[in-house]
Design a protein around this ligand. Structure first.
Ligand code: PMP
Length: 364
């Protein structure tokens, strides 16, 4: 008998929502100017390389990591300036935390609500966990459609709401006042996802004590540590102690803990890199704005969304010229002919701009 399962067996056993899903696609980026994934383009600061190499050489990788990651959590509490009485829960990237939250709040029939277009993982994880998903369309300028969102909250009574602040892939920061109204109206938990905080510097962490149904989520991925996979939830022990029960015991490994600790000792260096990227963002915005036929949207994150005629042809043209960005065309209807470029180094951005000019003038 063959040990390969027949497709009919797999289809019969798996949940419908999983069969209907498309895996999150990560393109092969080897050899490209890589501006597709909102990474920090700068590598480890040279003055830190030796210190990190020494620490890694001595790391006890034969042992399980500290399950409570006490040292790392203390450093995160300190660099975040967490208010009194608030704590953090660590995830293997914030993606893992989205999943943990969905698992925790998924009572039968429970709804996860977000806005659209936004980070696709909210919807995907609703499907992974069998939650009902409701997406409320943003206004034409990508701001929150507050009346529609409040009406959806009233109608759907979501157990869990995710708002990306700033939003991905649109790059804008929603009105803080509108977000507060949503938190106040929501019967369930609201998670403000501050993945791009380093580039916007506006946060709901100071408001945690005011809203019992609020948690704030952040990641270190955009601040130079995408390869470490480290995100955190900030909030009160009343929430975190319960969520902690669902966290897999060793979800943040020895090496990520150690390297993140060293990097957070030099948090100022990372913040300076983020400031540099903000300057680059402004430069890139102006350059894109000057290209005939390109409409670029304001951004508070480390990427820019822009619209161009025949976006897929432009995306392919960029790729042929060695530059990888993100094609959003064909996804959400509001993103028709939209592409997203991560802000890179001055040199990478120059290569992107040259390739874009070239592909617009010579599309074939
Ligand atoms: N939230 C938002 C809004 C994001 O854009 C991303 C990454 N694209 C994440 C969360 C996930 O980040 P990570 O899993 O790398 O921490």
């Amino acid at each position: 008998m063959s040990s390969i399962p027949a497709p009919s067996l797999v289809n019969a056993l798996l949940r419908r929502e999983i069969l209907d899903l498309h895996a999150y696609h990560v393109p092969d980026s080897a050899g490209y100017v890589k501006l597709d994934a909102m990474e920090n383009p700068y590598s480890i600061p040279p003055e830190l390389r030796d210190e990190i190499a020494r620490a890694v050489a001595d790391a006890p990788i034969n042992r399980y990591p500290d399950p409570g990651a006490a040292t790392l959590k203390e450093k995160i509490r300190s660099v975040t300036g967490l208010p009194q009485g608030m704590d953090v829960l660590l995830g293997n990237g914030s993606d893992e935390l989205i999943q943990l939250l969905a698992l925790a709040l998924n009572k039968p029939g429970a709804t996860l609500l977000s806005v659209e277009p936004s980070f696709v993982m909210y919807k995907m994880i609703a499907a992974f966990t069998g939650m009902r998903y409701v997406g409320v369309q943003l206004a034409g300028d990508f701001s929150l459609d507050l009346p529609a969102t409040l009406a959806a909250i009233e109608r759907e009574q979501p157990a869990l709401v995710f708002l990306a602040y700033p939003n991905n892939p649109t790059g804008n920061l929603f009105s803080a006042d509108a977000v507060k109204q949503i938190i106040e109206a929501a019967p369930g938990l609201v998670v403000v996802d501050e993945a791009y905080y380093a580039f916007a510097r506006d946060s709901f962490i100071p408001h945690l004590a005011r809203y019992p149904n609020l948690l704030v989520m952040r990641t270190f991925s955009k601040l130079g540590m995408a390869g470490l996979r480290l995100g955190f939830l900030a909030g009160s022990a009343a929430w975190l102690d319960q969520l902690e029960k669902l966290r897999l015991p060793y979800n943040v490994g020895v090496l990520p803990q150690l390297v993140a600790e060293k990097l957070l000792d030099h948090h100022d260096v990372l913040l300076r890199q983020a400031e540099q990227l903000k300057l680059e963002r402004t430069r890139l915005y102006r350059q894109l704005e000057a290209v005939a036929g390109v409409q670029v949207y304001p951004s508070e994150a480390n990427f820019l969304l822009f619209r161009v005629a025949n976006a897929t042809a432009a995306f392919d043209g960029l790729k042929r010229r060695g530059v990888l960005i993100k094609n959003l065309n064909g996804g959400h209807p509001m993103l028709r002919d939209c592409l997203r470029v991560t802000v890179g180094t001055e040199d990478e951005d120059a290569k992107f701009m040259a390739a874009l000019q070239d592909t617009i003038t010579q599309p074939a």
